[in-house]
Design a protein around this ligand. Sequence first.
Ligand code: NAD
Length: 336
Amino acid sequence: MFPFDARGLDSVKYTKTALVCGAGGFIGTHLVRRLKSEGYWVRGIDLKQPEFGASEANDFIQADLRNPHIVENAFNVHLDEVYQLAADMGGAGFIFTGDNDAHIMHNSALINLNVLEACHQNDTKRIFYSSSACIYPEHNQLDPDNPLCSEDSAYPANPDSEYGWEKLFSERLYLSYARNYNMNVRIARFHNIFGESGTWQGGREKAPAALCRKIALADADGTIEIWGDGMQTRSFLHVNECIEGILRLTRSDWTGPVNIGSEEMVTINGLAAIIMQIANKKVRIKHIPGPLGVRGRNSDNRLIQKRLGWSPSRPLKEGIRATYDWITSRIMEQAS
Ligand code: NAD
């Protein structure tokens, strides 16, 4: 299963070596592709293979990161960088119902404990950890027009989900290792990442993919359902922008948790309107009860802009168009 030392065999060919945990997931798949395009040797690890096409990793281990022995084995090659993206996660229908809380906390905490300890034992030089905007206190996100999500507003803590609490615990875990063992840890708080090759059906999909699917499947004058009144606000970041942010952060000297998101805030009804325009359909919206999350949320990019000079380069509509086209292709594939 672990046949060679990547650095020993191909030291001339590869710029660096990296382990991507969660390489079979949405952001992990895109990250592997980007690292490969930069000349890295990449090992991916995940419970599952990527859903839409084979991983581009040099070596892909299909295994469970909750098992510390498996994690330790994954470090049997020299690794310059580790990207920890694996988590038990999904959209509002998965993390806000309460039904999956024990799984979410147990599984993701175990993954983080194992991966970070292995990084420590193997003296990994750079570690990236994917936290979430879900760590921000619920009471700062009640006004949909003025949500507060600056990095320094995280405490006193009051996330609205156990998913957010686990992320906050793990942020502190990574920061503790950085402090006590002098490790180079970088932490991003992602705000609603979307795009091609993301989950688009089955219950774990998030709002952009779910709305693209519903509108693509609806008749031109049909009806779609939206949870809540649709006036809750969010911002959404295309996955390509997210990958650029991850790499800039990992390569920077900035050591505190930082937002990676978009400041282009929209209501969920507004997002549906953008998708209808792209689809050239005017469907009716039926508002139904459902799991919602906070009332308002928007990325605050002042810190990342100041420290890393990063902000999204393209408008929301452009990423949504690419995602809509990708989802319509999947629907056509399924139908054929
Ligand atoms: P994803 O669900 O597509 O990817 C996560 C991957 O982790 C999955 O492929 C899953 O199989 C894998 N995984 C779960 N448990 C595992 C285990 N025990 N062993 C091995 N692999 C395991 O999610 P994503 O959208 O790619 O998100 C990546 C990271 O970013 C996650 O940590 C997520 O919490 C965080 N995040 C994502 C968003 C977003 O909008 N996508 C927002 C905030 C934070």
